[in-house]
Design a protein around this ligand. Structure first.
Ligand code: HEC
Length: 155
């Protein structure tokens, strides 16, 4: 029993230290970091969109939980994922980010403010106000993507 427990802990550590950590590309850790951030945003925002569009039944409590998750994820300091020299590799981040860092930062700040407002609005539980703020938040994703995100991988 004890031996099995030790064995499984050992196995777990091996898995953690090996290359089996999916989605983290060791040769491009910062590209992986920022893509993980945006993947988390996308996978939280998408089900909220399904609810806004009526594809799944409206549930204010659930919507509010997602909005809170989105807000927490949004506040993570993804800026370090855009360090100088990381404009290469497997990425959809356009090179103009690095020559317009102030504007890029402004768009990130706008998004974070919208996500914070969305969490607050959703917590209040009014479906119409929540839908409106969801759309406004989506506008801040789009504002950044239009300028700074390529549809396809760049390199
Ligand atoms: C300040 C700019 C900015 C904002 C705001 C922003 N994005 Fe992005 N997003 C990017 C950039 C740049 C990439 C490409 C990153 C890369 O490939 O290195 C990206 C990539 C993505 C991806 C692909 C992630 C992957 O798997 O590689 C998704 C999904 C995404 N964004 C969704 C969203 C959603 C949803 C929002 C709003 C809730 C949002 N983004 C807000 C700039 C932004």
């Amino acid at each position: 029993m004890e031996r099995n427990t030790l064995l499984s802990i050992g196995l777990g550590l091996t898995l953690l230290s090996g290359s089996s950590l999916a989605h983290i590309e060791q040769s491009e850790p910062l590209q992986s970091l920022r893509q993980s951030y945006f993947a988390l945003l996308g996978m939280t925002f998408a089900p909220m969109g399904d609810m806004v569009k009526g594809k799944i039944e409206w549930d204010s409590a659930r919507f509010s939980t997602w909005a809170s998750d989105l807000n927490h994820a949004a506040q993570f300091g993804v800026e370090r994922g855009f360090a100088p020299g990381t404009d290469k590799g497997t990425t959809r981040a356009k090179p103009n980010i690095w020559s317009n860092m102030d504007d890029f930062q402004t768009k990130l700040t706008d998004f974070r403010a919208a996500a914070a407002q969305l969490a607050e609005t959703a917590a209040a539980g009014d479906p119409d106000a929540s839908r409106d703020q969801f759309m406004a938040t989506g506008g801040t994703c789009k504002a950044c993507h239009d300028e700074y995100k390529s549809k396809d991988y760049l390199y």
